[in-house]
Design a protein around this ligand. Sequence first.
Ligand code: FBP
Length: 565
Amino acid sequence: MTVMNPYGHLEDLKSPNKIGTRDLSVYSLVQSSRLDHTPPLPKVFHGHFKLNHGPPSTSAGHPEEIKNLFPNLFGQPSVQLVPCDGPSYNEDRKLRVGVVLSGGQAPGGHNVIAGMFDYLQVHAPGSVLYGFKGGPAGIMRNKWVEITETLVYPFRNQGGFDIICSGRDKIETPEQFKQAEETVTALDLDGLVVIGGDDSNTNAALLAEYFRSRKLKTRVLGCPKTIDGDLKSKQVPISFGFDTACKLYSEMIGNIMVDARSTGKYYHFVRLMGRAASHITLECAFQTHPNVAIIGEEVHAQKLTLRQVTNSIADVVCKRAHLGKHFGVVLIPEGLIDFIPEIENLIAELNDLLATQGCDPQGHWKSKLKPACRALFNSLPHNIQEELLLERDPHGNVQVARIETEKMLISMVEAELFARQHEETFKGHFKGQAHFFGYEGRCGLPTNFDATYCYALGFAASALLHCGQTGLIASVSNLTAPASEWVVGGTALTELMDVERRRGKNKPVIKKAMVELDGAPFKKFASLRDAWAVEDSYISPGPIQFSGPTADDTCYTLKLEVGSL
Ligand code: FBP
């Protein structure tokens, strides 16, 4: 099958060396219409540009430890691309670049690759882009596919990561670093771009440091991806995928709200993805106005117990029952369980136990838990106990996506209301419906915002490699302005780093950006939630729009954070 590519050339999709190409005949009309959408670029890419270097950087925490771990990278400045009159670096240099998608899917990943590819075609013709297949394992095993226009075209502005697929492997042992060295040396790579979340960008920094210490020519850059929205800083205002995922979840929450109001008989408990931070829950709350939205960071700050969280939901149910309303919508962040200090302690003890000696099926390991943790563990429903013991992901994290907190809270609220019925403080009925909106949000067609942001990130990554940069994360800011005004640069990865205890050991990590309780988004939410609890001011945002007046809207969190709302 032949298709017309955006440069007006006919390309054969069935060429034998083009792996992973999709069959365009099965695309929906909406998917097809997105293929030829060309995202607008920041104006710095309309002409020549140069790098402006900022002041020396430090780290988010423990600077001495980070300096020891990254002697070659620590302190390097962040950079900004600014327009200039003529060439400021070797613009004729052809590059050999690798790219890898790492971790969970996030809408827009294909556009980062398309942006990298298009930059190289336009600004460094003759360059080669390799896509490592299946995540970081593809680097270690030297499994790649050459990214060509024919390969990339069917993925332009499309959801998913299937152009080269992703994986959660980590390059961490000396042998694995050696394998990565062998691959980049065999391919003679000038640069490698790791598109990932906090853990994957930590890996990018470790690789950048290692390659530099080995005096390899390969530079390594990161790119901020995660629907969770917890990889951000002043210079990296948002991770890609957050905007699309929140809009997809909000559409479904809005539908559920209308259902709840129509039948008047169910409380819908919706657990929303976001392994650690509650950014998705907060954003969806702005978009839909639920009766309750629990923000994990607040639970943690107030040191609430599971019982107190349960009671706070039961209080809203009682208030609404008093008004004759026996329905409602409760949003719960996926990471809630980790935020409840008593459960956090339990998880920390379980992590150490699992990492050092494992848990025997007879349950003798429980005697190693401290008494308070043991009592809490024994008090949890059996399914939650099992879910807490599930295998950790390759980064040592509890797989919170598999812990059904919404079901646990429904049964605890039910029990609490039953007790209140006996005390005659609750007169009404309560029936919970559990939902988990997670994977549904990770591969949708990227919103205009994510499509444009990712395309710019791809351009930024290739441009930074073209200028010989390493150890940076591509960063694009001023995002509430039109795309032509966006500011493009790179932030030192070590500037985002701290030291954390993982799997019983201290490790360098990119500091997760949590919901800040003194930040504008949370403060705004706190000022509105009491009214949302009792009034049904539900909003049904409807499906994502690609044209029309709201198509280019950015999310509330971003607008509130930058003060444009
Ligand atoms: P990333 O941080 O890698 O982007 O992944 C985020 C996430 O989607 C979380 O929200 C979720 O808890 C987790 O991935 C699920 O992981 P998996 O895909 O391995 O089930």
